[in-house]
Design a protein around this ligand. Structure first.
Ligand SMILES: NC(=O)c1ccc[n+]([C@@H]2O[C@H](COP(=O)([O-])OP(=O)(O)OC[C@H]3O[C@@H](n4cnc5c(N)ncnc54)[C@H](OP(=O)(O)O)[C@@H]3O)[C@@H](O)[C@H]2O)c1
Length: 225
């Protein structure tokens, strides 16, 4: 039963996040999409892929607190949090500026932590909730010319496993979904050909968020395509 449930999807303005928002909406959830580009999150709502659009940055603890509070006021308790926002910086490690490395960790790893931190108290109080972190196959292998991205996604899988342990006795599950090359704007800036669509990845995220048993908690679902 998913009617009446709600979800927040970060990175919901395009690519995998937008596909996840559409798929959760199709399952009857009321979804808030969150990303920096207001026109993109608004477009997802305009096409019927989500109920609410909020523009903001996952790096900001204050913005993320407002995101969760505003969602709960407008749509109700957060049943599902999908941490989809992410960025990629490519280049050899020795050519990567320290500030670039920190920025990627900030968006891809600190961002999901901040969003989880904001959503967890309500989930624990209700004894129900699911957090899905969109990691990457680069979170278990090494990908050349993506030092910060690799580190962030390995870290995100670690965060997932930590949260699964912290939350397992509170009715809250945390799962990672790790796609390979998916046909999005991010992939278009790499030499890698697409192996699957964002909609296919979204189906796996929806499985993790809604259909998988609670015993899935802590899993990392690798989707190679
Ligand atoms: N495409 C692939 O092959 C692939 C493979 C493995 C994993 N992934 C992961 O899948 C997720 C989605 O990637 P994608 O391919 O769909 O990329 P995308 O098309 O570039 O979309 C990324 C989304 O994240 C948002 N975002 C980026 N920085 C943000 C920030 N600081 N605060 C809030 N939102 C932010 C973007 O919107 P704004 O720029 O407007 O903020 C956009 O909505 C990422 O975590 C990525 O690492 C992708």
């Amino acid at each position: 039963m998913t009617a009446g449930r709600t979800a927040i999807v970060t990175g919901g303005g395009r690519g995998i996040g937008a596909a996840v928002a559409r798929a959760l909406t199709a399952r009857g959830l009321r979804v808030t999409v969150f990303a920096r580009t207001e026109a993109q999150v608004r477009a997802v709502v305009a096409e019927g892929g989500a109920a609410r659009a909020v523009a903001g940055d996952v790096r900001s603890a204050a913005a993320v607190e407002r995101l969760v509070a505003g969602h709960e006021a407008a749509l109700g308790p957060v049943d599902v949090l999908v941490n989809g926002a992410g960025i990629l910086a490519r280049g050899l490690a020795e050519h990567t500026a320290p500030e670039t490395f920190r920025e990627v960790l900030d968006v891809n790893l600190v961002g999901p932590f901040l969003c989880a931190r904001a959503a967890i108290p309500g989930m624990k109080a209700r004894g129900r909730g699911r957090i899905v972190n969109v990691a990457s196959i680069s979170g278990t292998i090494g990908t050349a010319e993506a030092a910060a991205y690799n580190a962030s996604k390995w870290g995100l899988i670690g965060l997932t496993r930590c949260l699964a342990e912290e939350l397992r006795d509170h009715g809250v599950q945390c799962v990672a979904v790790s796609p390979g090359s998916t046909d999005t704007e991010m992939l278009a800036r790499t030499p890698f050909p697409p192996r699957m669509s964002a909609d296919e990845v979204a189906r796996v995220v929806v499985f993790a968020a809604l259909d998988a048993p609670d015993a899935i908690t802590g899993a990392n679902l690798e989707v190679y395509g």
